[in-house]
Design a binder for this molecule. Structure first.
Ligand SMILES: Cc1cc2nc3c(=O)[nH]c(=O)nc-3n(C[C@H](O)[C@H](O)[C@H](O)COP(=O)(O)OP(=O)(O)OC[C@H]3O[C@@H](n4cnc5c(N)ncnc54)[C@H](O)[C@@H]3O)c2cc1C
Length: 455
């Protein structure tokens, strides 16, 4: 290889970039980690997340007696996407998942624990690992600490990767500062960890028009830079219509109401006092269903039991602080809060109650009720939102970016920059696969990029 300024340039200091940086440094590489946005500690997608990382067969699962494996995780991903997830990436992420969570805990000191009190849509096993306060900001802080502790990594903020060119057997990366001044860096490898294009309105309208008018509730740095850079190099792309949506973001607060509420028995009711979907389908595909209701809003209705299930989530605590969770004693007050007729919502609650108690058929085919609601009722007004896009640059099992089906030497992508494992729309998103793609491909790409040096 030719002379370089640094072994690896990584763009983006979210979960993908930080995992890649730590993994590459541990294999002895020198890393320049560029982060474009000074707000990344609170404004990256990772810091906005609830820190749920799925794994199939971790030591925590074994200790809890949960029989899981990479094969089962792979099967769940394929089932939810109706076979449309990229099989190579899905296989690689499923296989690396137990090693990933153990590496995060042991080598990066991320205090992970297994979630045993909540089932997430699309997962046949209890397999989510998270930090104790279930806050992405805490996860992000631990990842940043892990990278700061590695002297081979230099983090530069703000500095945006604006171009990558192939130059004989090295890559030429261009980093641009906010004042427009630029550095050109010669490097062996570039890892694109810049997330997707959710914050780029024009791209969202072009690739995912169905969610373009919904709320955007994701990182402000997700401007589609990986796609732009990939395009300049002629890379392959896939699944650009795939995304993680969410059907319960409190409105107008713009804070997530955890889907744990739905999985524990909550109902989604529109301004006519009617339900409109099975609340236990994925939260991702629920976004467009909520946006299709009058005023593009709905009300999540639950009770004390479900409130207690949501309490461990940092986002839910934020909602309580913001007074976004209203309590009403009876159906009449609930109706006046929502603005519908008491008879209508009364009938809706009764029908749901009957299905929950005696198993009578639900018009929306909900079979998992978990719990029947008891007054007083908690009510939160919600809307549908886009959280992040899941399509991106085609990669191989190491995160190597493909052009005409073959890896471009030294170019990698991870997280929202790369093709995800959600198929081609919103329904394929299995809870936790955003961070699995970010951290998993980050670990694989960081290791592969440093292995090239030895090679
Ligand atoms: C409310 C919410 C809850 C969620 N909860 C979960 C969850 O519990 N589990 C789960 O799996 N997923 C969850 N997700 C999805 C998850 O957040 C993302 O899939 C994941 O964080 C993406 O990580 P990333 O590293 O690819 O992107 P990010 O974390 O967004 O990091 C990308 C970074 O790149 C920077 N950047 C962009 N362009 C450039 C450039 N050209 N040069 C340099 N830097 C650049 C950005 O500023 C940003 O800091 C959630 C999302 C939201 C919004």
């Amino acid at each position: 290889m030719g002379t370089t300024d640094v072994d690896i340039v990584i763009a983006g200091a979210g979960a993908a970039g930080l995992a890649a940086a730590a993994a590459a440094a541990d294999s002895g590489a020198s890393v320049l980690l560029l982060e474009a946005h000074e707000t990344f500690r609170s404004g990256s997608n990772t810091s906005m997340s609830t820190s749920m990382i799925p794994a199939g067969g971790s030591r925590w699962q074994k200790e809890a007696g949960i029989d899981d494996s990479p094969d089962l995780l792979y099967g769940d991903i394929m089932a939810k996407t109706k076979g449309k997830a990229d099989p190579v990436v899905a296989r690689a992420l499923s296989d690396v998942s137990p090693r990933l969570v153990e590496w995060l805990a042991d080598d990066c000191s991320v205090p992970l624990e297994l979630v045993t009190d909540v089932w997430f849509p699309g997962n046949s096993r209890l397999r989510h690992h998270c930090v104790p306060d279930r806050s992405g900001r805490t996860l992000h802080r631990h990842l940043l600490d892990a990278v700061s502790a590695r002297s081979q990594v230099t983090l530069v903020v703000p500095s945006r990767l604006t171009g990558v060119e192939e130059a004989k057997d090295v890559l030429r990366a261009t980093a641009t500062r906010p004042d427009g001044s630029q550095d050109v860096i010669l490097t062996n490898s570039v890892i694109l960890a810049t997330n997707g294009f959710g914050a780029n309105e024009e791209m969202v309208r072009r690739y995912i028009p169905e969610i373009a008018d919904g709320l955007y509730h994701g990182g402000d740095g997700s401007l589609g830079d990986a796609l732009r850079i990939g395009e300049s190099l002629g890379t392959d792309t896939a699944s650009l219509g795939a995304y993680q949506g969410h059907g319960s973001v409190a409105s107008p607060h713009g804070v997530l109401l955890t889907w744990t509420t739905m999985m524990s028995g909550a109902l989604l009711i529109n301004s006519d006092g009617q339900r409109f979907q099975n609340e236990t389908i994925g939260y991702s595909e629920s976004a467009v269903n909520v946006l299709a209701q009058p005023g593009s809003v709905a009300w999540a209705v639950f009770d004390q039991h479900i409130h207690e299930k949501a309490e461990p989530f940092a986002d839910y605590q934020d909602l309580l602080t913001m007074d976004a969770v209203k309590w009403v004693d009876d159906v009449e007050t609930l109706a006046s809060w929502i603005g519908c007729a008491a008879e209508d919502i009364g009938q809706t609650l009764n029908t749901a109650r009957r299905s929950a108690l005696d198993g009578s058929e639900d018009p929306f085919e909900r079979s998992n009720w978990a719990h029947t609601l008891e007054p007083p009722y908690a009510v939160v007004k919600v809307t549908g939102a886009l959280f992040h896009t899941q399509g991106g640059l085609m990669v191989d099992e190491n995160g190597g970016v493909l052009r005409d089906g073959s890896p471009i030497p030294g170019l990698y992508a991870a997280g929202g920059a790369a093709v995800g494992v959600s198929g081609d729309s919103s329904y394929g998103y299995v809870s936790g696969n955003g961070l699995l793609s970010a951290l998993g491909l980050g670990l694989l790409a960081g290791s592969a990029a440093s292995a090239r040096l030895v090679g």
